[in-house]
Design a protein around this ligand. Structure first.
Ligand code: DGY
Length: 322
């Protein structure tokens, strides 16, 4: 019996890729840069399964280019790169990788928050550029954690894991998420209260049409002048030109971004000129074990879909209703 053909859009960790290769005839894109849309279009023509990353746009046209497709497996928890309604309309299950990246992303949120509050990157640049001449009583002063308020926007798995870590730092934690129950000592509040009271605001919502540019001029105007904004969700949740204005005019103290729109941010982007904006290249889930597990879950989803079984992690379970 021939193995089902699949296309994997990048060299993913062996934990998942070995499993895929055991069950499938896998065409794996070998380059560091992702395949172009046209390349994916060409390669899905005769495959039954596709493993994509958040860098791949998986739209209706691409689904139609692969008439034999049985499953779309995205190696990410976020699926904003996939047109899920189009997949559902074609009865194509879409898999994602929730849970396994919760802790790594919450850790990264705290790394960014601490680095921004205590001006770690500015300090490092200061030393390397030879500016450090003495201990200074007013040198690079940052924000205190104990007794400060952390506001979490979006209190799902990752937002809650951030709240859990915040307990260890003696932060007061409030959150805004009408769909979530209180946990880890965090109290629910409306968004305006959260923005008015928080010294640190961390965003943990998926990117949808409802959350696109949730962080806009009005949002930023409600934040405290000493506030730090952290975004480890998706770049599109934040209006970057509004953030630039708020940081440049010191309307807020600082921002730390794991994600931008687009990714990568062009090297001439104005945000990169600002000392009070820390930007890293979408590293929220970038730990060895986490990426191993993401690739493994993506492989499990793929193989289940190829076998006609229910995906262990399916974002559109409606496809199973007859
Ligand atoms: C995801 O899985 O959606 C993350 O953004 C990857 O880092």
């Amino acid at each position: 019996m021939p193995k089902p053909k699949v296309f994997v859009t990048r060299l993913i960790p062996a934990k998942g890729l070995d499993l895929i290769r055991e069950f499938c005839d896998a065409d794996v894109w070998p380059d560091e840069l992702p395949p172009s849309y046209e390349e994916i279009l060409r390669r899905v023509r005769d495959v039954e399964g596709l493993v994509s990353l958040l860098t791949d746009k998986i739209d209706a046209g691409l689904m139609d280019a692969g008439p034999r497709l049985k499953v779309l497996s995205n190696m990410a928890v976020g699926v904003d790169n996939v047109d899920v309604p189009a997949a559902t309309a074609r009865k194509l299950p879409v898999g994602n990788t929730p849970g396994v990246l919760t802790d790594a992303t919450a850790d990264q949120t705290f790394a960014l928050l601490l680095a921004s509050a205590r001006r770690v990157v500015e300090g490092e640049k200061y030393v390397r550029s030879g500016l450090w001449v003495t201990w200074g009583p007013q040198l690079l002063l940052g924000a205190d954690f104990v007794g400060a308020t952390l506001g979490i926007v979006g209190f799902g798995r990752i937002g809650q894991a951030v709240a859990k870590r915040a307990q260890g730092f003696d932060l007061r934690v409030i959150y805004h998420d009408p769909a979530a129950q209180p946990a880890f000592g965090a109290s629910p509040v409306d968004l305006d209260t959260l923005l008015h009271e928080s010294d640190f605001v961390s965003v943990h919502v998926p990117l949808t049409s409802a959350t696109h540019h949730l962080v806009n001029p009005a949002f930023l105007a409600k934040m405290k002048p000493n506030a730090i904004l952290v975004n480890t969700s998706r770049g599109g949740v934040l209006d970057q030109s509004a953030l630039y204005d708020a940081l440049k005019s010191k309307q807020i103290f600082a921002a730390a971004l794991d994600v931008t729109d687009p990714e990568p941010l062009p090297s001439t982007h104005p945000l990169l000129e600002l000392e009070n904006c820390l930007i890293v290249p979408h590293l929220g889930s970038a730990s060895k074990h986490t990426r191993d597990m993401m690739s493994f879950l993506a492989a499990q989803n793929l193989i289940a879909g190829l076998k006609g079984e229910r995906l262990p992690n399916c974002v559109n379970p409606e496809v199973y209703k007859s």
